[in-house]
Design a protein around this ligand. Sequence first.
Ligand code: PHE
Length: 452
Amino acid sequence: MSQHAERSHWGSRWSFMLATAGSAIGLGNIWKLPYMIGVNGGSAFVLVFLLCIFFVGIPLMMTEILLGRRAQKNPFNGMQALAAEARVSRSWKYLGGVGMITGLLILGFYSVIGGWVLSYIYYAAVGTFTEINGAQSTANFNALLASPLTLLFWHTFFMLLTMGVVARGVNSGLEKANNILIPALFMILLILLGYSMSVGDMHLAAQFMFNPDFGKITPVSVLSALGHAFFSLSLGMGSVMVYGSYLQRNVSIACTTIYIALIDTALGLLVGLAIYALVFANHLPVASGPGLIFQTLPIAFGHMPAGSFIGTLFFILVAFAAWTSSISLVEPATAWLVENKEMKRSSAAWLIGITVWLLGVTVLLSFNEWKGIDIIFGLNVFETLDKLTSTILLPLGGLFMAIFAGYFMRKTHVQEELNLSNRAFDLWRFTNNIVAPIAIGAVFLYLFGVIH
Ligand code: PHE
């Protein structure tokens, strides 16, 4: 059987959308965006983040989907095939290779945070949050971080969940779950937002997040915002490319991308609002970092009617969102092992699972035993992996994809995939070929100290 015939395709356009949205929506929106807003000074960060989503994220998501659909292969083989089609160096395949590794590096810490979420399902269900105040909530969270064994248990649990689905293949596992989960997540967020509005300080929260304060825009906030746009939309490492390779020919890449980007961004901002309303009402610090949602949300669940139930449901849905994202993080590497190394899907999943699990163990230790150990620039294992992937590897991957599609592929081939009106196509080309590379390039030049 030819490789082409073996590839499964999504059941419908809706399934692709839900799966890609499932990849995009995850801890990036619910856990990471809210705390990054706080750490990077609020509205300035939000503004730059939104600009990055619109002018870099959306065009590059289209690019990544089109590369995947044209290639019909895993990112490594896919880039090789596209390079052959464009008659340029086969070395482009390494772009796919780096992406696969990036996905595994991200999962190394993603799974540990996924584990935090799983543990919070349990805490919510047994009523730990009832009547809790800010100090108690922070103490609970710190106690979790201080216990390597507890973290190990939940991290292992999360990895098993992820690899269990990956082992079974993209159609059987993913497609169905997303149909219910994403709408359910939105629903529960609205409940949370409603509650935060009634007891929290929504006015201050909105001001903190949306009152543009250009003076607060710093190079670091720009860098983090750009990196987070990639992280949040799952761009630059091949997840979207692999999902694009399962997408049928007749589906519009542009419309799908815009829907996904809007849903993803809206969801992150809604969580942010709900959280900061609570932060201000409870006089909690805005810049408390990765623990933010775990310290603030229990306060809401501890006091609202039916809080244990709603809290449990909320963390279950977050765990599902994290789960569908983590599956997409390993999909490129799995597809590569299956298609190139002729491994069985289940063996590939085990191999990857164990490797990433071990990486995760080093990450969870960086919250306790190895807290002080600096890997580079004073960053511990968790911080190093996070910064390396979000601010360097993902934007760099995206940059190369943009350059490839914009300058190396034949224009007619690109247009065949995008199938846009002339004006829309020109707009995509302008953002993909010029705006995005300049934005990413400038940020990198700054990072390496070339421009100040
Ligand atoms: N977008 C996911 C999230 O926001 C994380 C992710 C990044 C998934 C890169 C796949 C690839 O949680």
